[in-house]
Design a binder for this molecule. Structure first.
Ligand code: FAD
Ligand code: UDP
Length: 365
């Protein structure tokens, strides 16, 4: 008899929700992570009274009432609304693309004027069914907004031409003909007061945890430790890249303490020009309306993924989607290994979708 019912590889949100649910059902779980902390990319830590989002801004938002009720059982959430601004050279615009953006860009005041302007800019392009991110963006917001706020940011973020990226990536952002700077259109939004790590700790309170443990370095020992495996790492790595490596995009975060109480007046500022090497600066205190006398900021630099870097984003273009299907077919033949999460499903999931998927999985078992 094995010691555990489940070995969970990866202490990110997916693994933790799954472990919490399975433990409630009386199953014994061991969770491992190659990092030195739990929480995966939602991990936060305290410094100078400020909660630091170690792996970039994490704003919880969902349209699903059940998921909101689920996450808020673990922590109280504040009423933070993400309203970032974009800086393009010396110009500043509100995001997402809305009447404030259009008004600053063109001096227009009414939705009709803004729509007319966009229509004028795209009418000659003849885009009927957008085939890539460039066509999708142009058809939604016209050439000026595309050139100043999308093209260079996107190419810096993904290291690929907008023509070679799928349309869905830009459709993550709302386009509104109202004066509304809320980056998300979901009904529920907020930041857990005191950070995400407290949530993860509660989820794992009855789970055995081993950190600094890479599954592939301990495979022999771990193979016979549990009856089943939930794997939330990279699916292509699990299969030793037998069909070739999937593409990912990585990031580098540069975090700095500054002796000012308010550096940028906003939690997230996007730098949309290619002349600035980072995509965003986040000022952590603003996620919790902090009043500390100093501040901490992080610059987010997109980088090419290598086998030694963190795979933050799957690149869900056509070629990679085909390749992923091959790995997915292999995974369907497994009798006691399940895959989940951003890396196991190779999907650009937000936190709410990760929780939803982990709940579906645990309910079905
Ligand atoms: P992860 O958090 O990646 O966890 C997987 C874990 O598995 C990692 O800890 C990793 O170390 C571990 N692991 C991998 N391989 C192995 C191995 N071989 N052995 C042991 N351990 C292994 N979502 C939102 O809803 N709102 C946001 O504002 C938001 N902002 C984001 C900003 C950035 C910069 C990024 C990158 C993501 C953002 N997300 C946001 C998405 C969110 O981070 C994910 O949806 C969520 O964290 C995914 O959880 P996961 O468990 O699937 O993956
Ligand atoms: N994007 C952009 N300009 C911006 C912000 C976003 O062109 O100022 C595009 C870019 O392609 C990005 C996508 O919109 O990858 C999705 O943005 P989101 O903020 O959802 O990205 P994430 O937070 O997941 O990195």
């Amino acid at each position: 008899m094995n010691k555990y019912d489940y070995l969970i590889v990866g202490a990110g949100l997916f693994g933790c929700v799954f472990s919490y649910e399975m433990t409630k059902k009386g199953k014994k779980c061991l969770i491992i992570d190659k990092r030195n902390h739990i929480g995966g990319n939602v991990f936060t830590y305290h410094k100078n009274g400020i909660e630091i989002h170690k792996y970039g801004a994490h704003i919880f938002h969902t349209n699903n009432k059940n998921i909101w009720e689920y996450i808020t059982q673990f922590a109280e959430f504040n009423n933070f609304i993400n309203s970032p601004v974009a800086i393009y050279n010396d110009e500043l615009y509100n995001l997402p693309f809305n009447m404030n953006t259009f008004s600053k860009m063109w001096g227009v005041r009414t939705p009709q004027e803004a729509k007319r302007k966009i229509h004028q800019q795209i009418t000659n392009l003849n885009i009927i069914q957008p085939k890539n991110l460039e066509e999708q963006a142009l058809s939604l917001v016209g050439t000026d907004v595309y050139n100043k706020l999308i093209k260079e940011y996107t190419e810096k973020q993904w290291g690929r031409a907008c023509k070679n990226l799928p349309p869905f990536i830009i459709k993550r952002l709302p386009v509104r003909f109202t004066y509304d700077n809320n980056y998300f259109s979901d009904r529920y939004q907020g930041i857990p007061i005191g950070g995400y790590t407290q949530i993860i700790k509660k989820m794992l309170q009855n789970t055995d945890i081993r950190l600094n443990t890479d599954y592939f370095d301990h495979k022999e020992e771990l193979l016979n430790i549990a009856d089943n495996i939930l794997f939330t790492g990279m699916i292509d790595q699990y299969y030793n890249y037998c069909y070739g490596a999937l593409s990912y995009r990585s990031l580098r975060f540069e975090t700095e303490e500054l002796k000012t109480d308010n550096y940028q007046g906003c939690a997230v500022v996007n730098y949309t020009s290619k002349n600035v090497p980072y995509t965003r600066i986040i000022e952590h205190k603003h996620f919790e309306f902090g009043k500390q006398s100093t501040t901490i900021i992080s610059r987010e630099y997109p980088t090419e993924w290598t086998k030694y870097a963190e795979p933050y984003y799957p690149v869900n273009d056509e070629n990679n989607s085909k390749l992923y299907k091959l790995y997915q077919n292999l995974s369907k033949q497994e009798s006691n290994v399940i895959f989940g999460g951003r890396l196991g499903h190779y999907k650009y999931y937000d936190m709410d979708k990760v929780i939803e998927q982990a709940l579906i999985l645990s309910n079905n078992i």
